[in-house]
Design a protein around this ligand. Structure first.
Ligand code: MCN
Ligand code: CUN
Length: 796
């Protein structure tokens, strides 16, 4: 007779538990960096460059110093005397903290003022006189490599041009041979425009250096507090145990809050110099103009095809515009992130990718935007290429994909670029999606509508994303291996606290980690509190990005709970006066195998750990687990969109969107759905309206919410989500795969493919995102491709 608990009732795995963090968020009781006020706190503002490329002839800050209430003016020259004018980036480059020699992008940090309040600091910034000598500006890779282009990074000894790297992966010769066998070669060139994560909360920090204790505490908006602590220790040469990084509530990160920004560094130095807390809170334009952007990549590729639809090989080239400093946060081995995860879901024998990265006079990049290291670009190119190839062969879009999918029985599968995928049911996801969208009926309706001049289109996109870096064999950042951790303390009354090295920014870890503990130990989720983001209390971890939290930190939570259960079993045997081998486990309770009525609850075991442990047993019930995943997790999704395009205006509307996501076991189905809807919304924004571009002088167009559009509930289409396909991850302790970015990764191509499908037969092969009405109209009217992010002329 079982007395096992009902897992859903106690908020375990699979429960759509309401998010506990929302209790404080929706009541306005969150505690964000800007909510924190420390006694004696000063305020910092940053003076930014108005020009994209210019030599600095002089900086005169004397008028700023004279303003009452100003405590400190920091310039590059002063930073240089402390060896802090430049800092290392996460990609083995250097980045200016405050400009000394030149400014290299519009919005670059030139000086900082620390004053009694932010208004005085802002006024004082305006009183700083900087004399610039303008230099020619580079805003795209073509200009970067042109004959006679000015060298942007002339600060670097061996840098004679604007090329950062030439990198390749795959089998060039084998790909060449496969192309020689092809019946048809399909080609596509496209630009994935620069986009910006644009979290509602901007970046900021409060540095608090206490001379008496020698302790530096920094409250800051970071997705990876432990990495920041290591960076501060190494760059500022402060002892690591005297640095405490606290990441309070975060109002969205989306990758924007991974890199180290000059504002953080300056606030820290200012606090050390002034021995007072110094707060820096970025404004919206500062955030859009200077912090980590995403994409800005030109992709060019070919597919070798057999007439019957079999893909023989793929060749990809890309030109990536990294801005003025190569600051991407990504595994060190891979210069262009995991772009080579492209085509992982398709059974393709051989492929080759060549990538070139160049500098430009634009803000430097970050970890990207809702994307596991450039997977978004990979999947976008993949699915646009699949559409183009199917069209070239005259094959049905769905059928062409299905025939080339990796089959369920073929896992583990080695992708053409060397990744090992381990599980999935690709065709099943596609079938669910096609049925839900009413594929056959729509095709008929589309043909009918065509006759009456109406343009309907259907776009399919699939994605598989490598989520959960490491394993530590292949994934490191600046030599620090990528793994994660969890610490679980069960108190004597059976209540618990779990801490991880990850950092939630809205994803709901406070809710879901408790559910994992609940699943493993039978402790009700409401009895488990989750804490993250304080380096003095959380175990070391690499932080939250690349949807790695569930795959890595979440796995660590399960593993540490199992350690606790193992000890609790010994306590149970002691309490039940039987040998450990005679003890059985069911959710929340140990019992005697031969007498199931005799049992003890996990809570009773917890009490015993503090009050009645067997002789020789270490007291207490707490432990830590570090988890180094054997592989990435590989979620899969199919997104299908139908649209109607108005040929008169180029405006397009989504008729229906169907999403079929397989992220393995779902810890909290409601949170997973929220993640998918958020991703589909961001994907819609990228496809439809979002654009940070630059004019020929390097002026950033898109530095405010009038130019850089965020979709509201008004323009965002409705989504139909399907969760019936579940392929547990074979190596994750609870079978979960990551989900945080999937829809933002796979979504854009679905929208674009739908519009392109509506235009089929017009000879238009590509319109680059965003598919603004004027671009679509131009394509329809002139029957031509609309490509690239041309410099917008400032006199236009
Ligand atoms: N989850 C689940 N079952 C699964 C997988 C995940 O219930 N099989 C839950 C997780 O427990 C977690 C959430 O879904 O609560 C997302 O989990 P995961 O896929 O592990 O992603 P991370 O927690 O690592 O979040 C990072 C990811 C990234 S990289 C970006 S960018 C992004 C995203 O999450 N930024 C976000 N979603 C965001 N959502 C919000 N609200 N704010 C951001 O800044
Ligand atoms: Cu790439 S954006 Mo998320 O990985 O923080």
């Amino acid at each position: 007779m079982s007395q096992a608990l009902d897992e859903i009732k106690i908020g375990g795995l699979g429960a759509s538990r309401k998010r506990v963090e929302d209790n404080r968020f929706i009541r306005g009781r969150g505690n964000y960096t800007d909510d924190i006020a420390l006694p004696g706190m000063l305020h910092m503002e940053i003076l930014r460059s108005p020009l994209a490329h210019a030599r600095i002839k002089s900086i005169d800050a004397s008028r700023a110093w004279d303003i009452p209430g100003v405590h400190l003016v920091l310039t590059g020259e002063m930073m240089a005397t402390r060896n802090l004018a430049w800092m290392p980036t996460l990609s083995y480059d250097t980045q200016a903290v405050l400009a000394t020699d030149k400014v290299r992008f519009q919005g670059q940090e030139v000086a900082c003022v620390i004053a009694d309040d932010p208004y005085i600091a802002k006024d004082a910034c305006e009183a700083i006189e900087v004399e610039y000598e303008p230099l020619p500006v580079i805003v795209n890779p073509e200009q970067a490599v042109a004959e006679g282009a000015p060298v942007i990074r002339d600060d670097k000894d061996n840098q004679r041009d604007n090329v950062i790297y030439d990198w390749e992966v795959g089998d060039a010769a084998g790909t060449e041979r496969a192309f020689a066998q092809a019946d048809v070669i399909s080609k596509l060139r496209l630009h994935y425009p620069r986009s910006h994560p644009s979290p509602i909360e901007c970046c900021g920090s409060i540095a608090d250096f206490n001379r008496a204790t020698s302790k530096l505490t920094v409250y800051m908006t970071t997705q990876a507090p432990h990495i920041i602590r290591a960076a501060v220790a190494l760059v500022a040469e402060l002892p690591e145990h005297m640095i405490r990084i606290i990441s309070p509530d975060i109002g969205g990160g989306f990758g924007n809050k991974v890199p180290v920004y000059p504002g953080y560094v300056c606030s820290i130095l200012a606090s050390i110099l002034l021995e007072r807390p110094v707060k820096w809170i970025e404004d919206k334009t500062g955030n859009l103009i200077s912090t980590g952007f995403a994409r800005d990549i030109y992709l060019d590729g070919e597919m070798a095809l057999r007439q019957d639809g079999k893909i023989l090989a793929v060749r990809m080239r890309c030109d990536a515009d990294h801005g003025a400093f190569f600051s991407d946060a990504q595994p060190s081995k891979f210069k262009i992130g995991l772009l080579h995860s492209a085509f992982a879901a398709y059974d393709i024998p051989v492929a080759h990718l060549a990538a070139r990265g160049t500098y430009s006079n634009k803000a430097p990049g970050g970890v990207a935007y809702r994307c596991s290291f450039r997977v978004t670009e990979a999947m976008f190119f993949q699915e646009r290429m699949m559409q183009a190839a199917a069209d070239d062969l005259g094959l049905d879009q769905a059928e062409f994909r299905r025939m080339n999918f990796v089959k369920d029985a073929d896992f583990p599968h080695r992708t053409p670029f060397g990744f090992l995928t381990d599980s999935g049911q690709y065709a099943k996801c596609l079938d669910v999606g096609l049925k839900a969208i009413g594929y056959e009926d729509f095709r008929r309706e589309q043909a009918e509508a065509r006759k009456r001049g109406r343009l309907l289109g259907l776009g399919i996109s699939t994605m598989t994303e490598p989520l959960g870096a490491g394993n530590s064999r292949e994934y490191d950042i600046l030599g620090i291996k990528m793994f994660d951790s969890a610490e679980l303390k069960v108190h004597m009354t059976g209540k618990a606290i779990v801490r991880t090295g990850a950092r939630t920014q809205g994803q709901g870890h406070e809710t879901t980690w408790a559910q994992i503990v609940s699943h493993e130990l039978g402790i009700p989720a409401e009895d488990v509190v989750v804490e993250e983001g304080d380096t003095d209390t959380a175990p070391f971890g690499m932080g939250t990005y690349a949807s790695r939290s569930t795959p890595v930190a979440g796995a660590a939570v399960a593993m540490v709970a199992r350690k606790i259960r193992a000890k609790a079993r010994r306590l149970a045997a002691h309490l039940l006066e039987v040998s450990e081998e005679d003890v059985e486990w069911e959710l929340g309770r140990f019992y005697v195998r031969s007498a199931p009525d005799r049992g003890v609850t996990i809570q009773e075991c917890a009490m015993a750990a503090y009050s009645n442990m067997p002789d020789g047993m270490e007291p207490g019930l707490e432990n830590t687990a570090y988890y180094d995943p054997p592989n990435l997790t590989w979620p899969f999704a199919v997104y299908i969109v139908t649209v109607e395009v108005d040929p008169e205006t180029g405006v397009w509307d989504v008729l229906k969107l169907v999403a079929v996501d397989d992220c393995g076991v779902r810890i909290n189905p409601m949170i997973v759905e929220g993640q998918i809807m958020g991703g589909l919304t961001e994907a819609y924004a990228m496809a439809n309206m979002q654009f940070i571009t630059f004019d020929a002088e390097g002026n950033c167009v898109g530095s405010n919410y009038m130019d850089y559009l965020l979709p509201t509930a008004w323009e965002t289409p409705g989504f139909e989500l399907h969760s019936e396909v579940v392929t547990p991850c074979p190596h994750h302790p609870i079978g979960a795969k990551g989900i945080g970015e999937c829809a933002a990764v796979g979504g854009p191509a679905a929208y674009v493919n739908a519009v392109m499908d509506a235009l089929s037969g017009t000879g238009v092969r590509n319109i680059d995102m965003p598919l603004l009405p004027d671009r679509v109209w131009e394509a329809i009217t002139y029957r031509r491709d609309v490509s690239g992010a041309p410099p917008v002329r400032s006199d236009d």
